[in-house]
Write a protein that binds this ligand. Structure first.
Ligand SMILES: [Fe+2]
Length: 222
């Protein structure tokens, strides 16, 4: 295993924890259900510790925790987009805002959980004794908490969504006033392929054709 490949991965995993922590902060700050808020704060603190564990591991392996690998940059973009979604709350009921916050936490924790699964496999398969010991120590501290985080988010969101459908009140009329008063731009301004015309054309494109960026690059080099 190349040291740099591992350090790139760890940089990405560190960024995922960082994004998760921000999402916990947003969710906890505006959650109006005390038990949920408490959980966000508890898991947010644990996530902050998981971030530290990655920092210590990177240092123990001779890397620089401030280095941002290309995949870490992508992880940062994804987290930023999730955080952006928490700000588009115009016209949403407070339950919908809370469900969106929890969904973001679940998405972040799903990736985080996968990362720690990989770490656990790495601890089993690493042949370098120093690396094996360092990864094992990190996994021992974090893995159970990660299992708990993702399972809790999955179950709680599922219960919340069901409850909203079965017992939730009808949305207030103001929500539609807000939507139609121009506060939210029309769909074709928000989406490059509006549902009315865009999908039909896309549906006829070959399933595994080149992406628009690749087509553009091909045109430029032709
Ligand atoms: Fe996590």
């Amino acid at each position: 295993m190349e040291q740099q490949v591992l350090l790139d991965k760890l940089s990405e995993f560190l960024m995922v924890e960082q994004g998760g922590l921000q999402l916990y902060r947003v969710a906890a700050a505006r959650c109006t259900l005390p038990t949920l808020k408490e959980r966000y704060e508890e898991f947010g603190q644990q996530t902050a510790r998981h971030r530290e564990v990655y920092v210590q591991l990177i240092q123990a392996l001779g890397g620089d925790p401030n280095y941002v690998s290309p995949m870490a940059r992508l992880a940062q973009v994804k987290a930023t987009k999730l955080i952006e979604s928490t700000m588009i709350v115009d016209g949403l009921a407070s339950e919908e805002v809370m469900a969106n916050d929890l969904e973001n936490v679940l998405l972040a924790e799903t990736k985080c959980h996968l990362d720690w699964e990989l770490m656990s496999q790495l601890a089993e398969q690493a042949t370098d004794a120093k690396l094996k010991q360092a990864v094992q120590k990190a996994v021992q501290e974090v893995e159970d908490q990660e299992d708990q985080h993702v399972e809790w988010a999955r179950q709680t969101l599922s219960q919340m969504a069901l409850q909203m459908v079965l017992e939730g009140p009808a949305p207030s009329p103001e929500r539609w006033i807000k939507v139609t008063s121009g506060a939210i731009p029309p769909i074709d301004a928000q989406h490059p392929a509006p549902v009315t015309t865009g999908l039909e054309k896309l549906a006829q494109a070959p399933a595994w054709g080149l992406t628009p960026i690749a087509r553009d690059m091909q045109r430029k080099t032709a």
